[in-house]
Design a protein around this ligand. Structure first.
Ligand SMILES: [Zn+2]
Length: 133
């Protein structure tokens, strides 16, 4: 089985082709659009329609495009979004990433095992290592 990315609420498949698909809504002025992210952890290339512009440091909420659940990881930090990665061995990881544009950090969590990716990954790392699991 290939690595998959799923919605933690509806288990819907978010990886289509070679991109993870989200509905994104800017926090401040509630502009919405589709955003495509790379499934490669630590790769922060994103694709948006040219009419959907997000400024550097702008905060965005991510939603599941299938069930419309808000993916904000409110239990950790309102700036992080959470999805689930299922790897080829069927192990399930929680994947957290920043909804702040240009803030590059991703966390891959299984129980108390945490892997971090990105330049800004120290920003929220403390929440994961201090979390009671
Ligand atoms: Zn969903």
């Amino acid at each position: 089985m290939k690595t998959d990315f799923i919605c933690p609420k509806c288990n819907g498949h978010l990886l289509v082709g070679d991109k993870i698909i989200f509905l994104a809504i800017t926090k401040k002025d509630k502009r919405s659009g589709i955003i495509l992210l790379s499934p490669k952890l630590g790769d922060y290339t994103s694709l948006l329609h040219p009419t959907f512009k997000i400024k550097e440091r702008e905060e965005v909420d991510f939603f599941c495009p299938i069930c419309h659940a808000n993916l904000t990881a409110t239990d950790i930090d309102e700036k992080l979004a959470k999805i689930v990665m299922v790897d080829e061995k069927s192990d399930k990881y929680e994947i957290y990433f920043s909804g702040v544009t240009g803030e590059y950090c991703t966390y891959k969590v299984l129980g108390n095992k945490i892997e971090k990716f990105g330049d800004a990954s120290d920003t929220y790392y403390k929440y994961f290592i201090n979390r009671n699991i």
